[in-house]
Design a protein around this ligand. Sequence first.
Ligand SMILES: [Zn+2]
Length: 256
Amino acid sequence: MTEREGLFLYPEIFFPFPGGKVRAFFTGKIPGVDREAVCRELEASPCKLFMPVQKHTSDVIVYEDCTDDEAAIPPPPEADAVITAKTGVALGIMVADCVPALLYDEKTGVIGAVHAGWRGTAKGILANTIEKMIAAFGSRSRDIRIAIGPAIRKCCYEVDLDVLKQIEASTGAGKNKKNMTGGIFLEHPVKGPKAYIDLPEANRQQAMACGVKAENIWLSGMCTSCLPEKFNSYRREFRLGSKAPGRQGGFIIRHS
Ligand SMILES: [Zn+2]
């Protein structure tokens, strides 16, 4: 792959920090999760990029056990979110329709990466990650900034009403009504008991129910299923007969 081929989407929410301490971006289908290209863009050398083995859980791990001895690094544990306060350690997750979210707390220096499909969203993985930052590092939700990357949205994501109910419950609807702006779903106009849900918006609301400020949450506004030139989409590609859709990712590192 030639130098910087492909799409790197930088959320403005992380730009205000002086000196560029944090580097964070979402990738498109190119470079996807190509480790070499991602590490080059992260300016991580040597490249300590940690990506958990994702299983649609609500498990969050604290990654503090990195070592310079590659042979001593244990195999990545299963989890769908990872946080660290270490500098020079990049965190990443891979997605194709699921929500990639990146987190940064300037006060404690903690960074995080989250993979939230509908199951993870329903189980509250983003809320769990925020709570873990608070419990493990003393973060305060009002200091946490979150970037929510390209994922499948309500233009394309048809689900059963049972899924809708679980997603709605996970947004804190009813608990913190003043934060709610609606908009996570559209009822299906024709087919009866179906709905279209907006996974990025559901995660935004879940974060707000945890006390994260609206102005500290960035949304890409992009739907992976609508943009085949830019993004892999599990739903779209599966429908077209692909058995193994590709992946893109979200990556973050704190350099100092
Ligand atoms: Zn769409």
